[in-house]
Design a protein around this ligand. Structure first.
Ligand code: BGP
Length: 460
């Protein structure tokens, strides 16, 4: 029996664009997702677009009641920037009423809200001005953050600025999965840099306002495991770590960019354009806590082709490596490696001043989950998900025992929700959602399991 620290947060996470619905109504203006869908719905699996979510905009009252039934004492979602500030300046009163009421319902049900500001959903009005490529976005985000702190600060004690900021950098500017789907390493670096500055300026506003509570950022990190011990493989792992982990974690927690990353970018003529005062702002506006999303490890090896000239892609620095001994989530095509969670815990303890952190996403996506539906109980028998959580929690517990300050564990996700280009292919929720039956929610077996875990604060 493994006991977790007193007051441990147990919960689940989602985001505004994946769960709310009403994507282009109730005063909200489009984001890049809405526009992209309008331009080319065929890009989206089964044509399931961003309007097709689990409808929490209409159902949040019932949903808040469902949360404690699966043991959730915390819930992370995001505010939609384009809903709160449809033109970037003017506050949408409908959005204020909606979010206030939503957060109040969470409190009524003893569910602690953790509120994030940006989850891949760039407002179209800002994309038209260049999105994260444009320095203007830093100011715009800082204003949005300040507005949110002012409007909801009495209801929210834990804020985060971004969810997985490297995703909009990579997927939008290198790999084609997010709008604008271009390939330009230099632009990608600039987008990443502006994102960090936007985060920094939001934290600065938070501090200057003397807002109550704490502020952090959510990153998807995994230790980078090298294929072998050759110099080439080790260098590849180091560079992958610099680009994917330290690029965001170091400025957020330690208040500076790693010198080795700066040198690497300089050598390759990839350094972003900066502004006077940036360095100081980064150093004085570090976070109170970190959220870490973990699904799968990153394994790398030396690239087959030696770099000639300047790098034009991260693959010039490292190549993916598939570990032959891996255990797989066959449904999602991901390696399952719970040990990484212990390594992450040790990384936070040893390399990041033992900063408090929590697992802000961990979960198992399963395709065609209906096949596990049990007619008698009406419940999806998701024993695979229980096993997945259990083995990750064992490693997390080991890390906590070793002194890492992890204060919570949130899964992805509460109710099955829409996912970017994948639509509803992979289900992750504690509750199954029936899209063609008024979004009916039905608890899965993992919900019952999680309730006992949370109530006893012990893993059996
Ligand atoms: C994380 C994102 C989530 C969610 C999750 C599951 O990286 O923060 O938004 O989508 O991954 O991934 P997917 O839906 O692609 O299976």
């Amino acid at each position: 029996m493994l006991k977790f620290p007193k007051g441990f947060l147990w919960g689940a996470a989602t985001s505004a664009p994946q769960s709310e619905g009403h994507a282009t109504s109730n005063g909200k203006t489009p984001t890049t997702w809405d526009k992209w869908y309008e331009l080319d719905p065929t890009k989206f699996t089964k044509n399931q677009g961003p309007e097709n979510t689990s409808n929490m905009y209409d159902m949040y009252r019932e949903d808040a009641k469902l949360m404690p039934q699966v043991g959730m004492n915390s819930f992370r979602t995001s505010i939609s920037w384009a809903r709160l500030l449809p033109d970037g300046q003017t506050v949408n009163p409908e959005a204020v009423a909606f979010y206030r009421s939503y957060f109040e319902e969470l409190h009524k049900n003893k569910v602690k809200p953790i509120i994030n500001l940006f989850h891949f959903d760039m407002p179209w009005w800002l994309m038209e001005k260049g999105g994260w490529e444009a320095r203007e976005s830093v100011e715009a985000f800082a204003f949005y953050a300040k507005t949110a702190f002012e409007l909801f600060g009495d209801l929210v004690e834990m804020w985060t600025t971004f969810n997985e900021p490297i995703v909009h950098v990579e997927c939008g500017y290198l790999y084609g999965y997010h709008y604008p789907a271009i390939h330009d390493f230099k632009k990608a670096i600039q987008v990443g840099y502006n994102t960090i500055m936007a985060h920094t300026m939001a934290v600065k506003n938070f501090r200057e306002m003397k807002a109550k509570g704490q502020i952090g950022i959510i990153l998807n990190v995994s230790p980078c495991y090298s294929r072998g011990e050759t110099e080439g493989d080790k260098l590849a792992a180091k560079q992958a770590d610099l680009l994917n982990t330290k690029s965001f974690l170091d400025p957020a927690v330690l208040g500076q960019f790693p010198q080795e990353l700066v040198d690497l970018l300089k050598e390759n003529e990839l350094l972003p354009t900066t502004q006077q005062g940036d360095k100081e702002a980064v150093s004085t506006n570090t976070v109170d806590f970190i959220g870490l999303n973990y699904y799968q490890p990153r394994r790398v090896q030396e690239p087959v082709q030696k770099l000639v000239g300047k790098a034009t892609d991260p693959s010039d620095f490292y190549a993916p490596y598939v570990w032959p001994d891996r255990k797989m989530n066959v449904y999602r095509g991901w390696e399952i490696y719970p040990e990484a969670l212990y390594d992450v815990a040790m990384m936070m303890k040893n390399d990041y001043d033992n900063m408090p952190w929590f697992v802000s996403e961990n979960g198992m996506g399963v395709a065609e989950e209906e096949r596990f539906l049990d007619d008698e109980t009406g419940m999806i028998q998701d024993d695979y998900r229980i096993e997945f959580m259990k083995e990750h929690l064992e490693q997390l517990h080991k890390g906590i025992e070793a002194g890492s300050q992890c204060f919570g564990y949130q899964t992805w996700t509460f109710v099955d929700c829409w996912s970017w280009l994948n639509g509803y292919t992979n289900r992750y929720g504690f509750y199954r959602v029936e899209l063609d039956n008024n979004y009916k929610r039905t608890m899965k077996k993992s919900g019952l399991w999680f309730k006992e875990l949370s109530e006893t604060n012990r893993l059996k």
